[in-house]
Design a protein around this ligand. Structure first.
Ligand code: ATP
Ligand code: MG
Length: 409
């Protein structure tokens, strides 16, 4: 078929530790290495010596048809960004080949494709060239790009002096103005502020709406389920699933659930500064099983220096949509520097089903200390709420609250 716009054939990528892989030292590298450090040993423990290659991708093959809106999902370090960078021609595959038909615009991780020593203006030309624009075309769009990015006063400043927000705005401005046939968007979505995220999503949606091809990497399942018809699940550098978004997301969430089985105190898939960590979560009902309409207790064990802290517990349904959250800051706690945080619920308003818990600890200086996705999984059994039986009703919402019906003639 001729409508294939991306053909990835047996892509493999080996990184060699101790060897500079990236000739562009950027903020992104700093962030990435910081993140890797925060993730604990998981990313490095399997890398023995500096000479031993680490395979970030192994034999990845897939095709994308024109007009498809494809989600690429998977846990931290799975290889998602590596795939996009290969497609955007920023990273060379060690073996295999990616063939692109059409102009590809990319919104990648902060700073990817930016040369730290070059100015904003020079980077626009560099990026424009990477995205397949001719110089004359870039000239004609320069003002628009600069306007949109809002970095005009710093246009002739080396981008190494830019804040991450400026990097993002400039990168987005470039990608938004090249009218790509194919748009690839990495998790910049998670880095920017809410307005920026909305702008990115709206841009991706509008490009998808005009029949062009979009590839999106994100950890935000609800966004992906709204935008994408197809998803690829990647884990450990290989494709684990490829199919309709709903099915692949369900597979992925099951993988996450399986991971929730590991002891929280040794979980490495987490982010944050790390001085304080959640080391245990229990969900229970002292009177019996956790059930709709019954009391429930959420208990978190925190390890680290005793200091005042904000604790945020988000309950997520089996489709990955947040249902509700408990924020300790919204309650006047007498003692905010204990080790055990407990949320008491008198009557659990969740319908029966399986739920996940994401948890975050935020220090007084507003730095996230610990953020664990799918820190725990719990099941809610059918129960009585306000003397009425509550059952699972797929498609009718996850919450049931006490209510009365009145019918009059
Ligand atoms: N320049 C590099 N040098 C060495 N290792 C690298 C480099 N870039 C990426 N890696 C490693 O390759 C693996 C895949 O990285 P990649 O950035 O593609 O993951 P990802 O799926 O995008 O993860 P995340 O969800 O955290 O963004 C990770 O283990 C990462 O640490
Ligand atoms: Mg990534």
């Amino acid at each position: 078929m001729t409508d294939i716009v991306i053909q990835a054939a047996n892509l493999s990528k080996a990184y060699r530790l101790g060897v500079a892989n990236n000739s562009f030292p950027t903020l992104r590298d700093a962030l990435a290495s910081k993140r890797r450090g925060l993730r604990g040993e998981a990313d490095t423990s399997h890398r023995k010596g500096a000479d031993e290659p680490f395979w970030a991708l192994k034999n990845v093959s897939f095709e994308v048809h024109a007009g498809e809106v494809l989600a690429v999902i998977g846990p931290n370090g799975a290889g998602k960004s590596t795939i996009l960078k290969i497609l955007a021609n920023i990273v060379e595959p060690t073996s295999g080949r990616a063939t692109i038909h059409g102009r590809l615009g990319a919104l990648l991780e902060v700073g990817t494709g930016f040369h730290a020593e070059l100015t904003g203006r020079e980077n626009i030309y560099l990026n424009g060239a990477i995205l397949g624009m001719r110089r004359i075309e870039i000239n004609s769009k320069l003002d628009e790009i600069v306007d949109f990015s809002g970095v005009e006063p710093f246009l002739d400043t080396p981008v190494k002096r830019y804040s991450s927000g400026m990097y993002l705005r400039l990168a987005f401005a470039i990608a938004a103005h090249v009218n790509p046939d194919i748009l690839v968007v990495d998790e910049v979505l998670a880095v920017g502020d809410a307005t920026f995220q909305k702008k990115c999503i709206a841009k991706a949606a509008s490009i998808a709406g005009t029949g062009r091809t979009v590839l999106i990497v994100s950890h935000q399942m609800p966004v992906l389920q709204r935008l994408c018809t197809r998803a690829i699940l990647i884990d450990g550098g290989t494709i684990q699933a490829d199919g309709p978004t709903q099915d692949v997301v369900r597979d992925y969430l099951q993988t996450l659930e399986a991971r929730a089985g590991t002891d929280l105190s040794v979980r490495s898939t987490r982010t944050g500064r790390g001085r304080l960590r959640v080391v245990g979560i229990e969900v229970f009902n002292e009177m019996g099983p956790v059930a709709s309409g019954q009391p429930a207790t959420f208990r978190l064990q925190v390890d680290g220096p005793r200091e005042t802290l904000q604790c945020l517990v988000t309950i997520i349904d089996d489709l990955g949509d947040p249902v509700t959250s408990f924020d300790s800051r919204e309650h006047s706690l007498h003692d905010r520097h204990g080790e055990v945080y407990t949320v008491h619920v008198d009557s659990l308003m969740l319908r029966p089903g399986r739920y996940r818990i994401d948890v975050a600890l935020v220090a007084d200086d507003r730095v996230v200390e610990d953020h664990v996705e799918t820190a725990a999984v719990f099941d809610v059994m059918p129960g009585l709420l306000d003397d009425r039986p509550v059952s699972a009703q797929p498609g009718f919402g996850n919450v049931s609250f006490p209510h009365r019906w009145v019918v009059r003639k």
